[in-house]
Design a protein around this ligand. Structure first.
Ligand SMILES: N=CN[C@@H](CCC(=O)O)C(=O)O
Ligand SMILES: [Zn+2]
Length: 411
């Protein structure tokens, strides 16, 4: 199957050579070609350039993108798309004055989702989750990370990871799975943290590794959840099973968690609503990607990640949704990009880099995704006619996507 996309008004995120990520001032540069063509062959980007050089050969399909922008699909490097039911009541409780912490202390929050998940069959969880996956694909996401973490029992965690595996088998979208058994302590382990961590290490991890159900390991490193020392145990154990760490950290408090993550060579540190100068110094020169989740800040009214300060310090930054039933019931990367511009003062170029190539780095796929580069996966968004790509974050409430191609397939 050979597809030509012609007359593209602006072809964005064009990289002649594969790059892993962009950092600091590089984030402001978004290379593009005006009046461009792009050829897809065998589900990969085969060629691209200006229309003057467009080959005059036969194609199985020709798409005329006159007036439209083409860019790589979003890479959403942090989601919890697999869950059961919802937490609408907690949403209303927050409107009425309760905080996320107060709700969690009453047995709501993550434990509420865990109760629902353990009472729901694998088939039903799959059916609920695939609706969300299909929706984010329509919204332009072409690669996604999905976490477990609402099981908190051996069976529950395995059930979630099997659902993620089944989604990966049945949909063209690239999916990376992350094991998040260390999301919260179940009530019965409230006074015996080490016993739950033993369960994760001795019971969950070996089974997950045996069935090859996860690519990464995560923990919620936060006051009232997993301490620095507890998270270090999890990261060390993950390493024994070949799972690199991607850690929830600095969502509500800064407790030197980032230093521990960098020490353990975490691929990413995610949330970062509260970041100290020391945290920034530690991230400098590391290979760890900071990941901001602005829809979470928006939904539960907490600070936004200090993007300007981090980029000024020369750091890279990725953007992801955090799609989950508690803090972010939305997987819309278009909203994330717009919110990063509006609330975090990222420029459109920085936000698009953060949501494509840097997102790809945060899930270890920047060799194949995140830019328009020959040989990379043919995953791209074709917008509706736009005055310029600035319209993407500017017209934040509009659906500006016309077509989405994922791994060479129009969806
Ligand atoms: N903060 C930890 N985990 C999720 C929320 C979990 C929940 O409330 O269900 C997050 O990334 O925001
Ligand atoms: Zn999360």
């Amino acid at each position: 199957m050979k597809i030509l996309i012609k007359n593209i008004k602006e072809l964005l995120q064009v990289r002649e050579n594969t790059i892993a990520k962009v950092s600091g001032a590089e984030m402001a540069i978004l290379p593009k070609i005006d009046n461009a063509f792009l050829i897809i062959e065998n589900n990969m980007i085969a060629d691209f350039g200006t229309m003057i050089d467009c080959p005059d050969t036969a194609f199985d399909q020709v798409i005329d993108a006159a007036g439209k922008t083409v860019l790589p699909t979003w890479v959403d490097s942090h989601t919890h798309i697999v869950y059961a039911g919802n937490r609408e009541q907690e949403f209303v409780d927050r409107i009425n004055g309760l905080s996320y912490e107060e709700i969690a202390n009453r047995g709501g929050g993550i434990l509420n989702s865990a109760k629902k998940l353990n009472a729901t069959s694998e088939e039903e969880i799959y059916n609920q989750s695939k609706v969300r996956l299909e929706e984010v694909m329509q919204q332009g996401t072409g690669a996604v990370e999905i976490k477990s973490g609402y099981g908190l029992t051996v069976e529950g965690e395995l059930k979630m990871l099997r659902v993620i595996k089944k989604l990966a088998e049945n949909y063209p979208i690239k999916i990376k799975a992350t094991f998040l058994g260390a999301h919260a302590f179940p009530v019965e382990y409230k006074e015996n943290h080490s016993a739950y961590i033993d369960l994760i290490i001795n019971e969950m991890l070996p089974k997950i590794a045996e069935e090859k159900l996860a690519d990464y390991i995560d923990a919620f490193l936060e006051t009232g959840y997993f301490s620095v020392e507890e998270t270090e145990r999890i990261m060390e154990a993950g390493k024994q099973f070949g799972l690199t760490a991607k850690i929830h950290v600095n969502q509500f408090t800064a407790i030197n968690g980032i230093a521990a993550c960098v020490k353990h060579e975490a691929l990413s540190v995610d949330h970062l609503e509260i970041v100290t100068d020391e945290d920034i110094e530690i991230l400098k020169g590391s290979k760890t990607m900071p990941v901001a989740l602005p829809s979470c800040s928006y939904f539960i009214s907490i600070p936004y990640t200090p993007a300007r300060k981090m980029i000024a310090a020369g750091l890279p930054l990725a953007l992801a949704t955090d799609f989950n039933p508690g803090t972010t019931p939305s997987g819309n990367m278009n909203f994330v990009v717009a919110t990063a511009c509006i609330k975090m003062k990222m420029t459109p170029e920085e936000a698009i880099n953060a949501a494509t190539i840097n997102g790809a780095y945060a899930i270890g796929i920047s060799e194949t995704h995140g830019s328009i580069t020959k040989g990379k996966s043919a995953s791209m968004i074709i917008t509706k006619p736009l005055t310029s790509y600035y319209q993407l974050p500017y017209a934040f409430g509009s659906n500006l996507i016309d077509q989405v191609i994922i791994e060479g397939k129009l969806i």
